[in-house]
Write a new protein. Structure first.
Length: 920
C-alpha cells in the first residue's frame, strides 16, 4: 500500500485487513500485501462474483451483468481502469475506484463464535465470503438507495466510521450452513431444524414481530416463508416489495427475533393462494404451459427470480442474514416429471445470487418425478413419519431427514366442514421426528388470513376460505392455543444445551361492538364504468383485468322460455333481465345453463360474473375467469356485447355513488362503527349472503353464509378509535344489513340450507344393474398408491368405484385420491370432473366429502358417514369425467392418515349411463 493511501487503507481496512484471507484457504495473505503480487491470483483466480449492491439502477445490479468484464479488468488492471469506470455507476464506481486506487478489493472472512440464533450476526456493515465459491462482497447497510448520490468523500468517511464504529461488529463473522451426510450443519455443528410456516402476506405487517416472537416462544428456531409471485409482480415488470409484500423486512425481523429463515420463493407456491402465486397476466399468453420449459413461462420466471435475488439474496446466511436455504418450485413431482425444468428453476435461483443450499419438496411417492441430485430433497407428509422417511430414503439414501410440510390441521373450503387436526397424532409424530434427529416444518405454524381476493381454489371447484386459521398452533389472530402450549412443552424437552424458550408475547387487545346497520347502498348496476364493446364475450384476463368482478351485457329478442348456456362461467354468474335477478349459474354445476322466462319484447340481459380465486393446485391452474364463450340462447349464439370491468380496487371503490336505504341484487353496502380504542375484532357476517368486505379501505377477504367461516378477522392495526368504515359487496343481499364486532372468530358453522345452488349435484338414480364391472380385485393394505390396469380399456363418461369391504373389517370406505389412467397409463386431468353420485359421506364431524377423492390432494380424503349412522358396504363413488373417456386403468391412493376406510375388495364400473337423472 502506498503512502497515505496505505495509511487510509489501514485506517479503513486496518482491523479488517487482519482477517484478509483467500476464500478457500485463508492463511497465506498477509496485510499490506500489494496486488498484483505473488498472491494476486486472488484477483486473477477468483473473479468477483458480484455483490456490490449499489443504489439499484433500473432494477438490475450493474455489477452482476459485468462480472466477466471486471474479472478481465482485475486481471489486467492497468489498461482497463477507465472502461471499468464507464461501466459502473454511483457507488460501484466509487468503491472500485477507491479499492483499485488502494489496489485493494477484498473479502473479509469473518470468524464467528458459535451462536445458535441468526440474530447475533446481523451486523449492519458487512464484508463477506462464500465458502464454496470465492465471492467478494462489499455490502453497506442502508446501502441500496442513496449511495449513488453521495459524494465519495462522505461515503468514504461513512465506511471508515462504520468500520470503526462496527469495530467488533465489522469483524462479526457470518455463519455457515451446509447439508451434511446425516444432518444440517450450522457452523459445522448439527442443527435440528424446528421450523414453522408463516406467510408474511397473511399477517398484517404491524403484527409480524408479535407472530415471530410467538413462533420463537413455541420453540421454533426457523420459519419457512413462501413468496407469492403475483403479489410481487402485479403487472409484468412492475415489482412491489413494500407493505405486506416487504418480505425482506419480514426476514430481518425473524433474524432479530432469533429465527432462521427457509425461503420458498416459488415461482409456483400453491398454498391455497390465488393461482398458486402465478401472475394472472401470463394467462394472456395463449396456450402457455405453466410450470414447464415453455420459454414464455420460463422467461417470466427468470425475470421474477432475478428480482427475488436482488431483494433477498443479501439476506442469506452467507451474507450475514437469516436465510439458510431456498426452495426451488413446490411439489413439482405432483405436477410433472421434467427434471430439466427443475434444473432451469435451480439455475434461475443461482443466477439470482442464491448461494445457500437449494432444495425441492414433494410427498415421498412423488419425489422421483423431476428428481435432480443437485437439489436437496425434502419430504411433505402429515402423518407416519417413520414410513414416509423410509420412502424418502429409498430415493435419497443420505442427507438430513427433513419434513418440509407437516400438517397440524388443514385449510378450509367454502361449504365444507372446518378442518381440525388430531392433536395427539400431531404431537406424537413431532416427537418421533425430534427423537430421530429429523428436521421438520409445521405447515402452518400460524396460518393467518388470506386478505383481499388472494384466496385460491382447489379442484374440483372448491374455493378456499379467506380465513387460513388452519387449526394451527398459533391461531388466525395470533393467539396461543392449547396446541401451542403442547408444542412448546414438547420442544422444551429437546432444546440445545443453554437454549431457552422466551415467554410468549401478549396477544393484541380485542374489542367488540354491537350490531351496526349498513344503511347506505350503491347498486352494482347503477355504478357501472364505461363499457367496452365486443362481438363475443371474452374472459376477464382478455380485458386486461386480473381480479374483481366483470359484467357482460347484451340485448336478447322477445320470445318464449329459452335456455341460456355459456361455455362456462368462472365462477358465479348472476343473471338478470332488465335489472331483475333471474337466477345464478355457478361453476359447481356440471353445465352453465339457466332457463330464461318468456319475454314479450326484447330485454337487456346482464350477467354479473364473480370469480373466486384461480385454481392453485393441479392441472387446472390455467384458470381463466369471466364468461367463457360461446353464449347461446335457445341454441343461437348471442353476439354484440358490452363489457363492464369492476376491479374492486381502491380507485373503483372510491368512485361508488352511495344512497341511503337498502338495495336489491348485487350492491355495495356502507356503514360505520365506533370504537373507544382500536383492537382486533371479528366481523359477524352471518346475516349477509356472499361477497367481499372492507374495513377502512382494507379488504379483509371473501365471505359466504354457507360457511364454515361466518366471521372476518379485522386486525386492530387497521382500525382506530372513533368511526371506522365498513363496505360490503354482497351479490345476493343480506337478510338484515347489520354487522357486529365479536370477540372470537366463527370458523366452523356450515349452513348448506343457505346455499343458492344447494344441490349442486343434480339428483340422480343409480343405474349399475345392467353394467358389467370393468374390473374387480383386492387392494393391498397400507397407504401406498396402487395403479390398477384393466384387462381391456373401457370407455365411458362415468367412473364408479364400489367398495365391498374394508381391510379393518369396519363398515366404512375412504379414498385419499382417485386418478383415471389413459391408454398410456397417464392420469387424465381432473379438469371438469364432478361427483355424480356418492351413497354416503361424512360432512358433519369431519370433511369426508366425496370431492376430496378427486381434489388432487392426497392428505384430504372421502370418508363414508360415521357420526350420524354408519351405512355398510357396498359403498359407491361415481365420478362424472365431463366427457366420454377411454380408460385403461385407475390409481387408487388410500387415505394417507391412520384410520378406517382403507378398501379391501372392490369393483369398478365404466360407462355413459351409470347414473340417470332422478325421475327418469
Ligand atoms: C401442499 C402445498 C402447500 C399447501 C398444502 C396444503 O402440500 O405444498 O403449499 O397447499 O399442500 O395446505
Amino acid at each position: 500500500m502506498t503512502g497515505c493511501a496505505a495509511g487510509l487503507g489501514r485506517a479503513f481496512f486496518g482491523p479488517v485487513v487482519v482477517a484478509w484471507r483467500k476464500a478457500d484457504s485463508i492463511t497465506n495473505i498477509s496485510p499490506g500485501c500489494r496486488p498484483p503480487c505473488k498472491n494476486s491470483s486472488i484477483f486473477r483466480g477468483v473473479g468477483i462474483d458480484a455483490a456490490i449492491h449499489p443504489a439499484q439502477v433500473g432494477g438490475k445490479s450493474p455489477l452482476q451483468a459485468d462480472t466477466v468484464n471486471f474479472r478481465r479488468a482485475a486481471a489486467g488492471r492497468h489498461q482497463r481502469e477507465p472502461d471499468i469506470q464507464q461501466k459502473w455507476n454511483g457507488i460501484n464506481k466509487f468503491i472500485l475506484r477507491e479499492a483499485i486506487q488502494r489496489e485493494f478489493i477484498g473479502i473479509i472472512q469473518q470468524v464467528e463464535p458459535l451462536a445458535a440464533s441468526p440474530a447475533a450476526s446481523s451486523g449492519w456493515l458487512k464484508f463477506g465470503t462464500n465458502s464454496s465459491r470465492v465471492k467478494k462482497q462489499i455490502v453497506v447497510a442502508g446501502r441500496r438507495n442513496h449511495y449513488g448520490r453521495m459524494n465519495n468523500r462522505i461515503l468514504g468517511l461513512l465506511l471508515a466510521v462504520g468500520l470503526l464504529a462496527g469495530g467488533g461488529r465489522a469483524a462479526e463473522p457470518a455463519h455457515t450452513f451446509a447439508i451434511g451426510t446425516n444432518d444440517f450443519l450450522l457452523d459445522g455443528q448439527r442443527l435440528q431444524i424446528r421450523c414453522g410456516e408463516i406467510h408474511a402476506a397473511r399477517v398484517p405487517k404491524e403484527y409480524w414481530r408479535q407472530r415471530l416472537k410467538l413462533a420463537k416462544a413455541m420453540g421454533l428456531n426457523t420459519v419457512c416463508a413462501y413468496l407469492f409471485w403475483n403479489l410481487h409482480e402485479p403487472r409484468p415488470g412492475e415489482f412491489v416489495w413494500s407493505g405486506q409484500a416487504d418480505d425482506a423486512e419480514f426476514c430481518r425481523i425473524a433474524q432479530e427475533e432469533g429465527l432462521w429463515v427457509i425461503l420458498r420463493p416459488g415461482p409456483y407456491s400453491c398454498a391455497e393462494w390465488e393461482m398458486g402465486g402465478t401472475p394472472w397476466w401470463l394467462l394472456n399468453e395463449d396456450g402457455i404451459k405453466f410450470r414447464s420449459r415453455d420459454p414464455r413461462y420460463l422467461g417470466a420466471v427468470q425475470t421474477y427470480l432475478k428480482e427475488v435475488g436482488r431483494v433477498l439474496a443479501p439476506l442469506q446466511i452467507t451474507h450475514g442474514g437469516p436465510i439458510l436455504m431456498v426452495q426451488a418450485e413446490n411439489e413439482y413431482g405432483f405436477y410433472g416429471k421434467d427434471a430439466q425444468y427443475m434444473g432451469a428453476i435451480r439455475q434461475g435461483l443461482l443466477d439470482a445470487g442464491f448461494d445457500v443450499p437449494l432444495f425441492a419438496c414433494n410427498p415421498p411417492y412423488a419425489m422421483k418425478n423431476g428428481f435432480r441430485p443437485d437439489l436437496f430433497q425434502a419430504a411433505n407428509f402429515g402423518s407416519d413419519p417413520a414410513g414416509n422417511f423410509q420412502k424418502a430414503r429409498s430415493i435419497v439414501p443420505t442427507g438430513p431427514l427433513f419434513c418440509s410440510e407437516f400438517y397440524p390441521g388443514w385449510f378450509d373450503s367454502w361449504g365444507q366442514p372446518h378442518h381440525l387436526g388430531k392433536t395427539d397424532k400431531y404431537l406424537g409424530d413431532l416427537e418421533y421426528m425430534l427423537q430421530h434427529d429429523a428436521s421438520f416444518s409445521i405447515y402452518m405454524a400460524h396460518g393467518g388470513t388470506t386478505f383481499g381476493l388472494w384466496a385460491g381454489c382447489n379442484t374440483p371447484f372448491a374455493p378456499e376460505t379467506s380465513s387460513y386459521d388452519y387449526d394451527a398452533p398459533i391461531s388466525e389472530a395470533g393467539w396461543t392455543t392449547p396446541k401451542f402450549f403442547q408444542t412448546r412443552a414438547l420442544f422444551a424437552k429437546y432444546l440445545l444445551p443453554g437454549e431457552t424458550l422466551p415467554e410468549p408475547p401478549p396477544a393484541n387487545p380485542v374489542v367488540t361492538f354491537t350490531p351496526v346497520e349498513l344503511d347506505e347502498t350503491a347498486p352494482v348496476l347503477a355504478n357501472l364504468p364505461a363499457g367496452l364493446p365486443d362481438m363475443k364475450p371474452g374472459n376477464m384476463e382478455h380485458y386486461d383485468q386480473g381480479y374483481g368482478c366483470i359484467l357482460y351485457r347484451t340485448t336478447i329478442p322477445a320470445g318464449g322460455p329459452a335456455v341460456l348456456e355459456a361455455g362456462a362461467i368462472h365462477d358465479f354468474g348472476y343473471v338478470s333481465l332488465d335489472g331483475k335477478r333471474i337466477g345464478i349459474v355457478d361453476r359447481r354445476q356440471a353445465t352453465a345453463k339457466l332457463l330464461l322466462p318468456a319475454r314479450a319484447e326484447s330485454a337487456r340481459l346482464d350477467i354479473l360474473v364473480e370469480p373466486m380465486g384461480r385454481v392453485n393446485f393441479g392441472a387446472g391452474m390455467a384458470d381463466h375467469k369471466g364468461l367463457i364463450a360461446p353464449v347461446t340462447l335457445g341454441g343461437a349464439e348471442l353476439t354484440g356485447w358490452q363489457i363492464f370491468r369492476l376491479p374492486l380496487d381502491d380507485a373503483f371503490l372510491a368512485g361508488l355513488q352511495y344512497q341511503k336505504g337498502p338495495a336489491e341484487g348485487a350492491a355495495f353496502w356502507r356503514g360505520k362503527f365506533r370504537l373507544e380504542q382500536a383492537g382486533d375484532t371479528f366481523l359477524d357476517l352471518s346475516h349477509w349472503g356472499k361477497g367481499d368486505v372492507w374495513v377502512n379501505g382494507h379488504c379483509l377477504g371473501r365471505y359466504w353464509n354457507i360457511g364454515p367461516t361466518q366471521t372476518a378477522y379485522a386486525p386492530g392495526c387497521w382500525l382506530h378509535a372513533g368511526d371506522n368504515e365498513i363496505v360490503i359487496l354482497d351479490t345476493v343481499g343480506p337478510d338484515v344489513p347489520v354487522v357486529a364486532g365479536l370477540a372470537k372468530p366463527v370458523l366452523d358453522e356450515l349452513h348448506p340450507e343457505k346455499d343458492f345452488n344447494r344441490s349442486h349435484r343434480p339428483p340422480v338414480k343409480l343405474n349399475l344393474a345392467a353394467v358389467k364391472p370393468a374390473n374387480s380385485g383386492t387392494f393391498a393394505p397400507g397407504a401406498e398408491p396402487q395403479d390398477i390396469k384393466f384387462a381391456a380399456p373401457a370407455s365411458g363418461r362415468f367412473f364408479c368405484l364400489e367398495s365391498l369391504n374394508a381391510h379393518d373389517g369396519k363398515p366404512f370406505a375412504a379414498v385419499g385420491e382417485l386418478d383415471v389412467l389413459d391408454a398410456t397409463g397417464k392420469p387424465i386431468s381432473h379438469d371438469g370432473w364432478t361427483i355424480a353420485y356418492v351413497d354416503s359421506e361424512e360432512t358433519a364431524q369431519e370433511d369426508g366429502s366425496a370431492e376430496n377423492a378427486i381434489d388432487g390432494q392426497t392428505v384430504s380424503f372421502w370418508h363414508t358417514q360415521w357420526s350420524d349412522g354408519t351405512p355398510d358396504h357396498p359403498h359407491r363413488l361415481i365420478v362424472n369425467l365431463g366427457k366420454t373417456q377411454s380408460i385403461a386403468g385407475f390409481r387408487y391412493v388410500p387415505r394417507q392418515s391412520e384410520g378406517g376406510g382403507r378398501i379391501k375388495d372392490y369393483r369398478v364400473y365404466v360407462g355413459d349411463e351409470l347414473v340417470l337423472p332422478a325421475g327418469k
